[in-house]
Design a protein around this ligand. Sequence first.
Ligand code: DX5
Ligand code: ZN
Length: 224
Amino acid sequence: MSRGAVRIAPSILACDFARLGEELSAVEAAGADWIHVDVMDGHFVPNLTLGPPIVEAVRRATNLPLDVHLMIEAPERSIPDYVKAGADTVGVHAETCPHLHRTVGQIRETGARACVVLNPSTPAQALEGVLGELDQVLLMTVNPGFGGQRFIESVLPKLETIRGWIDERDLNVALEVDGGIAAGTVGRASRAGADVFVAGTAVFGAEDYAAGIAALRREAEEAV
Ligand code: DX5
Ligand code: ZN
């Protein structure tokens, strides 16, 4: 499979949580493809955000697919809860999964799309043995924990490497980037092989969400 159509996934971490339902309707109307939901446990990452009840509330407020990014230790304990709450894709960090192959199998058994996430300092080789079982790979382009950080350029060669593996093996695996995605970086990530782009600040910080999403999409498409 060659790369898929460009998809823009606004991260609700940057939205106004007091107006969560309205914010979700607004990005849906503005052309978002997926909703990215950042779950942080205060252990694997320093920040603490939300759990299954909020994912369930997000599920009721939008028809878009939910891309749930678990930045939590021992994700195998709560994967079924997130799927029950409405996750379409479940992303687990390789750094939190000593039995990664088993955890990927656990996600697939629930019927959700399985995604493995790598921190900027985790090598591509961490995907060996599971790449063929995945629906998606997410490469962090910041160190996870907070929105609004600067894009880490040194992730680009890893993106190219994994794009090469997906194409050589003709796999149907989406390749996503998350962190510091904005004008200027979205095109570079796209050229290096990404086809799904998470953006918090660049969408929810824009005056006009539709213009913000369209600008990201245009730059990503033109870079290919
Ligand atoms: C970071 C989160 C990201 C974050 C992106 O740990 O995984 O999804 O919300 O925010 P921006 O786009 O502002 O870098
Ligand atoms: Zn994220």
